[in-house]
Write a protein that binds this ligand. Structure first.
Ligand code: PMP
Length: 445
C-alpha cells in the first residue's frame, strides 16, 4: 500500500487494502482471503458479492440516484417502507418509516421524534431520557450521550446531554447465585420503575435500549420476562419505548426484530446494519401508529430532516437485501447455523479456564474472557487480550469483532461473532476452529 491519506481509526495500523468480495470472504490486494465471521460490526449479513443486490443497485443507478425529499418521494423508498411496515412487530400498527444514513443518525432521529411526540401530545415537560449501561447507541453527540459506554463517553463528557442510565441485565455478573431467571428479570426491569419515580414520571420522555446488547457488552439477550415488564412500566407512566435494533434487527437473532421474541413491540424502532447489509449506507426509524397518530393530529410534519433521506439507490439496495432474506428463507439458516455456532462455541470453550461466559442468540454470539473463571476477574484492559485474539484470528484468515471491557473493569474483554446469514455448515465449523486456535495463540503462551 502506498502512503495513506485516509484519517483511519488507528493511524499506525497499516491496514490491508481490501479489493473484492467472494461469498462470505473478503480478499485483499495481496490475494489473502478472510472469512468474514463478524460482518464488520454485524453489517454484512449477505456476504460481499450478492448478485441480486448488486443488480438492483445497478438498475437504480441507471434510473435515478437522488431527488430531494422536500419535493419528491421515490419508488424504492416507498417500496422498502411498505416492506418494513408489513414486517413490523405485531403491535406496531401501520406505522411510518423514516430513512437515515447511519445507526447514529437513526438514534438521533428517534430521540427527536420522541420529543416531538411529547410536545404534540400536550406533554412538553417530558424531556428525560433513561437508557442502560453497558450499551452502545452510536457516536454522534446525542447517541453517544444515550450510550452507556464509559470509555467512549469519557473524552466528550462535557458536551453530552443529560441521560440517566440503569444497569442492563447481564446475568454472568449481575444475577445472584440464588436468584431465578424470572426474579432477576423483574429486579432488573424494576430499575426502570425506580428511575422513573426518581425523575418524576411526568418528566420522562423515553426509555432507550438494545433488545440484545451488541457492541458494548457482546450479544447479551435479556432474561425471559424482562421486556414484558419494561413494556408494562412504560405504558403505566406514558413513557415511550425506543428499541435500538441497529445491530440486533433485520434477522440477526433469527427473527426480523429481536424484540419480536419477547412478545412486545416498541413505539419507536431503529435499524441499520442488516438493513443495507453494507451494500448501501442506510438506516431507518420505524414509528408505531400510536406515534404517527399524534403527529398527524398535530402539526402533520416531521420536525427532522437530512439532505440524503430516502436516497433512491440506498433504499433500492436495502429493499433488494430484504427481499433476498425473505426469498431465500435466510432466517431459517440464521436459526440453524446459529444453533451450530452455539454448540461449537460451547464444545470449544465451556471448560476453557479463561472463557467465563458464552452468550448470544441467532447468528450473534460472544465469548467473554476472564483471568480466572472462579473469580470472574476481567483482564486488565491495557493487555488488549480480545484485540490480540482478534488479530490472531485475522492472521489465520477469519475476521472477528473483539472489544475491550467498557465499564470501569466491570465487564471483561470479549470477542463477538456475527457471521453472514448465508453461512454454510463448513464456514461455521471453520470459524469455531479458528477462534479456538486464536484463543490458544494468545492465552496458552
Ligand atoms: N446502535 C447500535 C446498537 C449499534 O450497534 C451501533 C453501531 N455499532 C449504532 C447504534 C451506531 O450505528 P452507526 O455506527 O451506523 O452510526
Amino acid at each position: 500500500m502506498t502512503q495513506s491519506s485516509v484519517f483511519h481509526r488507528d493511524l499506525e495500523s497499516g491496514l490491508p487494502v481490501v479489493v473484492s468480495g467472494d461469498g462470505n470472504y473478503l480478499i485483499d490486494d495481496r490475494g489473502r482471503r478472510y472469512l468474514d465471521a463478524c460482518g464488520g460490526a454485524a453489517v454484512s449479513c449477505l456476504g460481499h458479492d450478492n448478485i441480486s443486490v448488486r443488480e438492483a443497485i445497478k438498475r437504480q443507478v441507471d434510473q435515478l440516484a437522488f431527488a430531494h425529499t422536500g419535493s419528491f418521494t421515490n419508488q424504492p423508498a416507498e417500496d422498502l417502507a411498505a416492506h418494513l411496515v408489513a414486517h413490523a412487530p405485531e403491535g406496531t400498527g401501520a406505522g411510518l418509516v423514516m430513512y437515515l444514513g447511519s445507526g447514529s443518525e437513526a438514534m438521533e432521529a428517534a430521540l427527536k421524534l420522541a420529543r416531538q411526540y411529547c410536545i404534540e401530545n400536550g406533554e412538553p415537560d417530558r424531556r428525560h431520557i433513561i437508557a442502560r449501561k453497558p450499551s452502545y447507541h452510536g457516536n454522534t453527540l446525542g447517541a453517544l450521550a444515550t450510550g452507556g459506554h464509559a470509555g467512549r463517553r469519557a473524552p466528550f463528557a462535557p458536551l453530552l446531554i443529560e441521560v440517566n442510565h440503569i444497569d442492563a441485565p447481564y446475568p454472568y455478573r449481575l444475577q445472584h447465585a440464588d436468584e431465578s431467571e424470572a426474579d432477576f428479570a423483574q429486579r432488573m426491569a424494576n430499575l426502570l420503575e425506580a428511575e422513573i419515580q426518581a425523575l418524576g414520571p411526568e418528566t420522562v420522555m423515553a426509555f432507550v435500549a438494545e433488545p440484545v446488547v451488541g457492541a458494548s457488552l457482546g450479544t447479551q439477550p435479556a432474561p425471559a420476562g424482562y421486556w414484558m415488564r419494561i413494556r408494562e412500566i412504560c405504558d403505566t407512566h406514558g413513557v415511550l419505548l425506543i428499541a435500538d435494533e441497529v445491530m440486533s434487527g433485520m434477522g440477526r437473532t433469527g427473527t426480523t426484530y429481536a424484540l419480536e421474541q419477547e412478545g412486545i413491540a416498541a413505539d419507536i424502532t431503529t435499524m441499520a446494519k442488516g438493513l443495507g447489509a453494507g451494500y448501501q449506507p442506510i438506516a431507518a426509524v420505524l414509528a408505531a401508529q400510536k406515534v404517527v397518530d399524534v403527529i398527524k393530529a398535530g402539526s402533520g410534519k416531521l420536525w427532522n430532516g437530512h439532505t440524503y433521506m430516502s436516497h433512491a439507490i440506498a433504499t433500492a439496495g436495502a429493499l433488494a437485501v430484504q427481499r433476498v432474506i425473505e426469498r431465500e428463507n435466510l432466517l431459517n439458516n440464521v436459526i440453524q447455523r446459529g444453533a451450530q455456532l452455539e454448540e461449537g462455541l460451547r464444545d470449544a470453550f465451556a471448560q476453557h479456564p479463561q472463557v467465563g461466559d458464552i452468550r448470544g442468540r441467532g447468528l450473534f454470539w460472544t465469548i467473554e474472557l476472564v483471568v480466572d473463571r472462579a473469580t470472574k476477574a476481567p483482564f486488565d484492559p491495557a493487555e488488549g487480550i480480545a484485540m490480540k485474539i482478534g488479530a490472531a484470528a485475522k492472521v489465520r484468515g477469519v475476521m472477528t469483532y473483539p472489544a475491550q471491557g467498557c465499564i470501569d473493569g466491570i465487564n471483561g474483554d470479549h470477542v463477538l461473532l456475527a457471521p453472514a446469514y448465508t453461512s454454510s455448515v463448513d464456514e461455521i465449523d471453520l470459524i469455531v476452529q479458528t477462534l479456538t486456535l486464536a484463543v490458544a495463540d494468545v492465552l496458552d503462551c
